[in-house]
Structure formats: structure tokens, C-alpha cells
Design a protein around this ligand. Sequence first.
Ligand SMILES: [Zn+2]
Length: 220
Amino acid sequence: MKIGDKIPLHCERCKKSTEHAVLYIDQRDETQSDESGQWLLEHTLTRGFTECVVCSWPKVRIHVFTLPTEQESYRSIPREPERPVPAWAKRLPTDVQQLLLEVYGAFTDKRYWLVVMGCRTLVDMFALERIGDVGGFAQKLEKLQNEGYLSSHDKLLIKQAVEVGHGATHRREAPSERECLAVLEITEHLIHKLALASHAETLNLAAATKAKTASRKPPR
Ligand SMILES: [Zn+2]
């Protein structure tokens, strides 16, 4: 990493990966040892102060080189997202998109309570968008299945995902990273359908136009 380099990093303001220009660099050494002093590691930290080339939002990129293990690692402040935001998120209704971004942010920050609570709210928002306000969570799932938005398998998965949250509340322990990832993937799978709905509308329109044009063709 040197001044003038352009590095692809996640921009907190653009909410996506963008080029970041390295404006300034400094270097510092740190040593790390165990209490008995039996092992000693020397870390050289190169800190690059960068900004997004699109919106100038700042970010610090840190390269760590460790001796004698000769290991290298990188980290960023703020952290790089653990799970990149999918491109289809742009086609979601604004409030759903905003909450999804917050859930991804919470996942990166390892705030697993917030992730499962956020996912539950995303499922609620999906239900409200598709079938309106029809009562409790169980009724919503029932109606979503009856109206064809959820297969029985999807419904089972969502129930299990919500139970992870309930289970965590009862045992008063945050859900594990693995549980959290499962809940997040199941929720993504469901709300992806909201994003796909806009494609379906486009395709229906295209098919209708095609059929209209075909019906005008003279018979051979
Ligand atoms: Zn930016």
C-alpha cells in the first residue's frame, strides 16, 4: 500500500464497494508477548488513510505484517462487511432496503440479537407489503402460504428462523454466528421475492406486448 494507490473497499456512504484512494500512510511497530515472555511477536502496522473516489467518505486500511511468523493480514476501520449487500436489494421498497442494510451492518458488527430481530421485522414488512396487516405472526405465515407467496418448506424455514430468536431470548444468550447466518439467508430468500416481483411485472408487460404484436401478423 502506497500513497496514490486505489483500493476497492466498502464505502459507508455509497453503501457499496468503490475505489478508495490512499491519501496518507504511516507505519508503527507493536510487540505482543505472553505473560511468561516465552513467545514474542512483532507486528508492523501500515495504516493507509483513504477516501472513496465517488463521495470522499474516509476509511482507514491497515496492513499488518508479523514476524517471525511472516503472516500478513488486512483490516479496515470501519470494518468491511461480512456479507456484501446483494445487487437486487436496490429493487426493494425503500424501507425494506434500509432495514436490510442495517441488518447487514449489525451482522458485520457481530450484533447477533439485532440481526435476528431485524430479520423478524423484515418478514413482517414482507407480509405487510404482500397481504396487508392480518394479525399475529403465525396468521401472517399462514396467509402468505395460502396466497402462494410461501411454499410449506419456506414456511417451515421461517418458523425455525424465528424460533432461533425466541430460543435465544429464553436462554438469554445471543444467537450464534451460525444460527444468525441461517436466519439471515432464509430472510434474504423470502424478501428476494419482493425484488423479483418488479422483474415479473416487466416480463408480463413484455409478454403482453409480444402477444399483441404476434396477433397482428398476417397468417402464412
Ligand atoms: Zn463513497
